[in-house]
Write a protein that binds this ligand. Structure first.
Ligand code: S3P
Length: 424
């Protein structure tokens, strides 16, 4: 077990972050669906993306360890995996791949680690059944067994706004007869829609009481792309900068459906600016610049799927903000890699924060002088990295146990913090 030790210090400077995890999973799966050779530069190489690469290889797709070059005969040439596919800690791998497995006439079994086995899967099983696949979960959880083929397009109402589930249904729809409309209760991140549109897929969207995405059968062409930096990874550096100094993160994806965190930090008084510089496969790319700023507490709508991954960082910022910050409507947080309401509250409370748990969120009163302590990230990459940033503003030493779990999305996070001047 690796323990990361963080001492009070500040960050300053310019850096980049690993390729977007969401876009990496999608680019790999789209490349594996295409007949021909696809080149992906700048892929995020955390353990989650590695899980997707290994699962795609099990279908006979030829991909090197760094994921850069995918040679596939197209999804119709995929072969039955010899064993159960191990999605490890990656909910995105399991849920999206289920949408592809639904198109295959053989049986695919998807499983994962202890954390993934606790995460709900009816949300993806039900839509795929509606499209005609035979899918079985185990009491609503992994392992899931999928026998697909002969899908028929229809309207699929998703029970929750989830980009993973939406993508599974869209990817299934690309192999179904007729039109498939995927209806989500609120717009979740739209990387899939953007990538498909820029690859020429027949896709349309409508925004009203629900967000509806309609697709029909499409053969994905091979492509070349460079994955932008992960804005959810950049969020750790933005937080460190707002709390202790400054940071400029270059080449980061600034997709509008991923900007809720920046909006909330600005509402708290944080000095964060975005410069959009170019476009890649439908995704805007630019720089994020953040500077040390005095903060005030705010009320956050935790039902916005665009902020879920960053709510642990909002909790940390709130400990240093004047007044009360309330996050409500964020029940989905309990269903992530850990119960993130519980792990945020326990982690920050161990550092002396005044934070109270709600059924669907938390309340933080600030500002509080945090005190270094031994903290447990609950095996969750985002909690481990949030606690490391907390250590920058805590007295004494903050020791984050099991820090290797941060490698799920960002192996080497601590090296980037150190490069920016943090004492880690
Ligand atoms: C993701 C969607 C989000 C997010 C996850 C990645 C994706 O989950 O929390 O880290 O790449 O589609 P939801 O499916 O709950 O929106």
């Amino acid at each position: 077990m690796t323990t990361l030790v963080v001492r009070p210090s500040g960050v300053s400077g310019t850096c980049t972050v690993p390729g977007s995890k969401s876009i990496s999973h999608r680019a790999l799966m789209l490349g594996a669906m295409a007949k021909g050779t696809t080149r992906i530069n700048g892929l995020g190489l955390g353990a989650d993306v590695a899980a997707t690469i290994d699962c795609l290889r099990a279908f006979g797709v030829d991909i090197p360890a760094d994921g850069s070059l995918i040679a596939s005969g197209g999804i119709d040439a995929w072969t039955a995996p010899a064993t159960t596919l191990d999605c490890r800690n990656s909910g995105t791998t399991m849920r999206i791949l289920a949408g592809l497995a639904a198109r295959l006439t053989f049986t695919t079994t998807l499983d994962g680690d202890g954390s993934l086995r606790r995460r709900p899967m009816e949300r993806v099983v039900d839509p795929l059944r509606i499209l005609g696949a035979h899918v079985r979960a185990t009491d609503g959880h992994p392992p899931i067994v999928i026998e697909g083929g002969d899908l028929k397009g229809t309207t699929v109402d998703l029970p929750v706004a989830s980009a993973q589930v939406k993508t599974a249904a869209i990817f299934a729809g690309l192999g179904a007869s007729g039109q498939t409309t995927v209806r989500e209760p609120a717009p979740s991140r739209d990387h899939t829609e953007r990538m498909l549109r820029s690859l020429g897929a027949p896709i349309s969207e409508s925004f009203g009481e629900t967000h509806d995405v309609t697709v029909s059968a499409f053969e994905v062409p091979p492509f070349e792309t460079t994955v932008p930096g992960d804005v959810s990874s950049a969020a750790f550096l933005v937080t460190a900068a707002v709390l202790t100094g400054d940071a400029q993160v270059d080449d980061v994806g600034v997709n509008p459906t991923r900007m809720s965190f920046v909006d909330v930090v600005r509402e708290m008084g944080g000095d964060v600016s975005i410069e959009v510089l170019r476009d890649e496969l439908g995704e805007p790319i630019g720089s994020l610049v953040a500077r040390h700023s005095p903060l005030v507490g705010v009320a956050v709508d935790g039902s916005d799927p665009g902020i879920h991954d960053e709510l642990p960082l909002i909790a940390l910022l709130a400990t240093q903000a004047e007044g009360e910050t309330t996050v409500k409507g964020a029940g989905e947080l309990r269903l992530k890699e850990s119960d993130r309401i519980d792990s945020v509250v326990r982690g920050l409370r161990a550092l002396g924060a005044e934070i109270h748990e709600l059924v669907d969120g938390f309340v933080v009163r600030g500002p509080t002088k945090l005190r270094g302590a031994n903290v447990d990230p609950s095996g969750d990459h985002r909690i481990a990295m949030m606690l490391a940033v907390a250590g920058l503003v805590a007295d004494g030493e903050t020791r984050i146990d099991d820090f290797e779990c941060s490698g799920v999305s960002w192996p080497g996070f601590e090296a980037t913090l150190a490069k920016l001047g943090a004492d880690v």
